[in-house]
Ligand binder design. Sequence first.
Ligand code: ASP
Length: 589
Amino acid sequence: MYRTHTCGELRISHVGQTVTLAGWVQKSRRMGGMSFVDIRDRYGITQLRVDETTAPAVSETAARLGREFVIQATGVVEERQSKNAKLPTGDIEIRLTDLKVLNASQTPPFTIEDESDGGEDIRAKYRYLDLRRGPLKRALMLRHRMAHEVRNYLDNKGFLEIETPFLIKSTPEGARDFVVPSRMNPGEFYALPQSPQTFKQLLMVAGYDRYFQIVRCFRDEDLRADRQPEFTQIDCEMSFVEQEDVLDVFEGMMRHLFKEVIDVTIAPKIPRMSWYDAMDNYGSDKPDIRFGMKLHEITPLVQGHGFSVFDSVPYVGAIAVPGAAGYTRKQTDELTEWVKRPQVGAKGLVYIKMNEDGSIKSSVDKFYTPEELQAVAAAVEAQKGDLVLVLCGEKRKAQTMLGVLRIEMGNRLGLRNPHEYAPLWVVDFPLLEWDDETQRFYAMHHPFTAPKPEHLDWFYSNKKEDLERVCANAYDFVLNGVELGGGSIRIHEADVQQRMFEVLGISKEDADYKFGFIINAFKFGAPPHGGLAFGFDRVCALFGGQETIRDYIAFPKNNMGRDVMLDAPSRIDDVQMDELFLRSVAPEK
Ligand code: ASP
């Protein structure tokens, strides 16, 4: 037996017992005839004490220990002289009678402490050492707990966990596919699933009316801090349901997770907001509703006063930033530069300062009387002391820019408390999105999302304005300004699905080639169905109070999609290339 207890287990009640622990050396030090060694494992840290005079052999072994050596230590549990209230085992220590080195270790390239001295790259290269650190251990434990509670909840609700294949044909979630060449089918490729979307719908056709899976998805996208090329979804689908049934089950799941995993009680009814209200009031399809500072349209109030910037655009909107009227010229200049950054994309920023003394000062005083500015302030619900910020342009673009500015001001004013949770359902999304560049419609969610039955006339119309008006029973679960999941009621009739492909400009041949299997399946008694998927990594990160998902994935990729520990992706040898009938035309590195 290597150990009798773990390194996080011993308490004052164990005093007097002889125990054996096994683990890693966190640190060791000598002090006046004594050696102290901290031994660590997944469960915690325990202090070992060696007395030079009574145990000289053990003391000699202790003197040879280095950081991260793997040791086995036997001794008697004793009450500590100076207790450490920060450690659960801090009341005791073990007076060693035996100490074995099970394996030595090179000096680790960075300190294995909660706050490490290692940079991101070096920690990624030695991920298995980084994973020994407390914060990562806690992140993975939280992830385990979440997965466990998801299964608990869904199993209780009658959901079946069913696996779907990874080597498949392209799925349309709007990203690029990762592809895998087939040796047995020369010149042909599998695609890795961007999600199990089509499979879960086929499972509904097959009669498995409540399905879920905690499943890996693969999307070849340009990466951002919170994206990974492979990530995990809680993927679900249900038959014989309407939107309300789906929202009900998954509102329940989120409430269960909040309660069981982080002991947070969320409101009994999660608020709903239409996509249109979200865009008009928050300039975002994933509004952070922990604070106000809503958008207000002021177009009619500001046009026709000779200010050509406002006169030449279809939309002018503003937010009132509470208590920011005192912003100096330098600060408003800095903010103007901030909104001009490509990530925001505004051409400029107009401000109106609602001074505490009741006077008004703006960057457009030349064009507007104080009364006219007062009217704008009233429309924006600005109070004395507020700073009104105005942006303009094409309606949705300008609203989106204002939305980004709103979040930034929320951050600057400390209005986004990470320990306050404000979940929200965004509903009634438009079905389609027009793209000016390619002059065609794209599916806002994906091509299997059903138009609302009451909008079917518009859906079958050939007018662009009609098609733009079609809404879907599609929904997103949003928490604190982050989209955690989304789904929809699906198309279950072959002819509606055909029409959808037609609207998206996918030819009949192309649709048959790519999606013939699902159009066909719909001809064999497809039930009405709908579902959704949550981004599991992101849910874990948010529950852990973090912005980035990387800590919640045991072996993540970096911003370039590389695994720097494995050094992947990498070249494969010529034999493998030949077997796969592949020739590389990539430039030599
Ligand atoms: N497959 C969708 C996605 O990955 C989710 C869904 O519609 O269920 O976003």
